[in-house]
Structure formats: structure tokens, C-alpha cells
Design a binder for this molecule. Structure first.
Ligand SMILES: NC(=O)c1ccc[n+]([C@@H]2O[C@H](COP(=O)([O-])OP(=O)(O)OC[C@H]3O[C@@H](n4cnc5c(N)ncnc54)[C@H](OP(=O)(O)O)[C@@H]3O)[C@@H](O)[C@H]2O)c1
Length: 273
């Protein structure tokens, strides 16, 4: 019997590429997304597209129930849904901050909580959390996104110990820059009316941040790493995944803080007036 993967945020980008890859490998795929109408994934064999907004408990319960009634079991959960909030911290509203954590952190936790009884009962399961190199190294004006991905790192790193006795593995995927809608329609740019003090700094950083997206890897690279993490049977925790992630994370580990800060400033901040 084919194994089953449930993926959040499968409408575009990494989630979409991951759904296609698991399907090609013969898996049953619950490619969940907020608005499934019109998704070409639903036409593929062994793929269903239950509606799922990770910020709604009812939606989470509904998508898991639909998946279990279609495929009978879930073997792998890929917590992929997420987006970036960008801008100076002071310009972000409390609602924008709440929403960043509601999707990237609490949504991921709620999905995990919802599948755990099933995984424990079967004494088997893999939880693949899509974090980012942004969970280990920081760029300017991404403070809330970094905070959310740092939270995913810490949560996953601890959770694996209590789940190991139930034969449930936790994996952290750490993509570098990947060419998806992350840098366009999904990006939320915080701007507060009348708050102009940060404008020169933001203007000095934005062009470099935009270039990061231009030179990114395709999402299929990350999908392949997610597939490996889900199926390698190992207890390995972290998987760098495209966009020079391995190089950048090694640099972050090896360089002392002062030198790494110099490296980020030299590459990212131009002509602060
Ligand atoms: N692209 C990169 O450079 C990069 C690097 C490191 C990590 N990541 C991480 O990779 C993951 C996927 O991002 P991506 O690059 O593939 O960007 P993307 O193409 O914009 O995909 C983001 C996905 O998240 C979904 N989503 C947003 N809010 C949601 C919610 N409340 N409930 C359910 N789904 C929701 C979006 O759904 P809608 O279509 O409904 O908006 C979309 O399917 C994110 O966690 C991101 O932080 C990306």
C-alpha cells in the first residue's frame, strides 16, 4: 500500500514541488492549501487537495479527517506553509506580528499536535518542518520572520527527544533563497504612515534583498531534500536545502559574531545616509 504524505501550503513554491515529487514517487498525497479550487494537483493520481488554513483549528481537523478517510493513514507531515513579514520592527503592527507567528509557528504546532495521536497510535511517523537558514542567521529588516523561524528550530530540536520513544522522527529543513512566490505575492511589507525615520536604512538594504531572490535555487531542489528527510530512515535532524544553504550555515558556525556581522553589512547594507 502506498504511503501518505500531508503537505501544508501546497498551492505554490516548495509545497507544490514537494507534492509533485511525492506523487511521482508513488505516494498518496494530501496537498492541502487555503484555496484548492483550480489546482492542477487535484487531477493527478493519488492526490487530494483538502482546504486547509493552518490558523484555523476547524480547518486543520477537517483536512486531517479528509486525508484519513481517503487514504486510511498519514505517514509523513510536511509543515511547509509560511511567509515573510519584512520591514523595521517598529513599523510592524501587533496584528502583523501575531499573524506571522500564527502561520509560521502556531500553525505548525497545531498541525503537529493534530497528527500526533495518529502517529503515536501507529508508533510511526515523520514530521518535516520547513524552517530556513533564517532560523540560524539573520539579515536586516527581517526580524519577525527570523524570530518565527528561530522558534521553529528550537521547537523541533527539543520535540524530537520526547517523540523518539514512539518511533516518530522530527526533521528540520533549512532552505537558502528559493525562487518562489515568497519574494513577491507572499511577502508582507510593513510600513507605518508617518514613520519615515527608517526609510534611508530600508532603501539601502532593499535592493540587495531583492537580488537574493533573483539568484535563488528552484523549489524542486528543496522538494528533493524534503523527500530525502522523510524517507532516509535516519535520526538526522537538520537538512540544508538549496540556495547555498550549506555554505552560509557553515560560514555562520565558523565565523565569530563580529566577522559575520561585517560580512552581512558588507553584502547587504549600502550607502546608509
Ligand atoms: N523561498 C525561500 O527563499 C524560502 C527560504 C527558506 C524557507 N522558506 C519557507 O518555505 C515555505 C514555503 O514558502 P515558499 O518559498 O514555497 O513560498 P510560497 O510559494 O509563497 O508558498 C507559501 C505557501 O504557504 C501558504 N500559506 C500562507 N499562509 C497560510 C495559511 N494561513 N494556511 C495555509 N497555508 C498558508 C501559501 O498559501 P496561499 O497560496 O493560500 O497564499 C503558499 O501555499 C515557507 O515556510 C517559507 O518560510 C522559503
Amino acid at each position: 500500500m502506498p504511503k501518505t504524505v500531508l503537505i501544508t501550503g501546497a498551492s505554490t513554491g516548495i509545497g507544490y514541488a514537494t507534492a509533485k515529487l511525492f506523487q511521482r514517487q508513488g505516494w498518496n498525497v494530501a496537498a492541502t492549501m487555503r484555496s484548492p479550487a483550480g489546482s492542477d494537483l487535484a487531477a493527478l493520481d493519488r492526490v487530494i487537495c483538502p482546504p486547509l488554513d493552518v490558523t484555523s483549528q476547524a480547518s486543520i481537523a477537517g483536512a486531517i479527517a479528509t486525508t484519513l478517510s481517503h487514504f486510511g493513514q498519514i505517514d509523513v507531515l510536511v509543515n511547509n506553509a509560511g511567509y515573510g513579514l519584512i520591514g523595521p520592527f517598529e513599523a510592524c503592527t501587533p496584528e502583523q506580528i501575531q499573524q506571522q507567528f500564527a502561520v509560521n509557528v502556531f500553525g505548525l504546532m497545531d498541525m503537529t499536535r493534530a497528527v500526533l495521536p495518529h502517529f503515536r497510535e501507529r508508533r510511526s511517523g515523520v514530521i518535516v518542518n520547513v524552517a530556513s537558514i533564517a532560523g540560524q542567521m539573520a539579515l536586516p529588516i527581517y526580524s519577525l520572520y527570523h524570530a518565527s523561524k528561530w522558534a521553529v528550530e528550537g521547537f523541533s530540536d527539543s520535540l524530537r527527544y520526547e517523540l523518539e520513544p514512539f518511533n516518530i522522527r522530527v526533521k528540520i529543513i533549512e532552505p537558502g533563497p528559493i525562487k518562489t512566490d515568497f519574494f513577491s505575492r507572499s511577502l508582507v511589507v510593513a510600513k507605518q504612515e508617518g514613520l519615515t525615520a527608517y526609510d534611508p536604512f530600508v532603501a539601502s538594504v532593499l535592493p540587495q534583498l531583492e537580488n537574493v531572490g533573483d539568484t535563488a535555487s528552484p523549489p524542486e531542489v528543496t522538494a528533493q531534500v524534503i523527500y530525502t528527510a522523510a524517507t532516509d530512515g535516519s535520526s538526522r535532524l537538520r537538512y540544508p536545502a538549496g540556495g547555498n544553504a550549506s555554505f552560509l550555515l557553515t560560514l555562520r558556525k565558523l565565523l565569530p559574531d563580529g566577522l559575520f556581522t561585517w560580512f552581512i553589512k558588507a553584502g547587504m547594507i549600502k550607502e546608509v545616509k
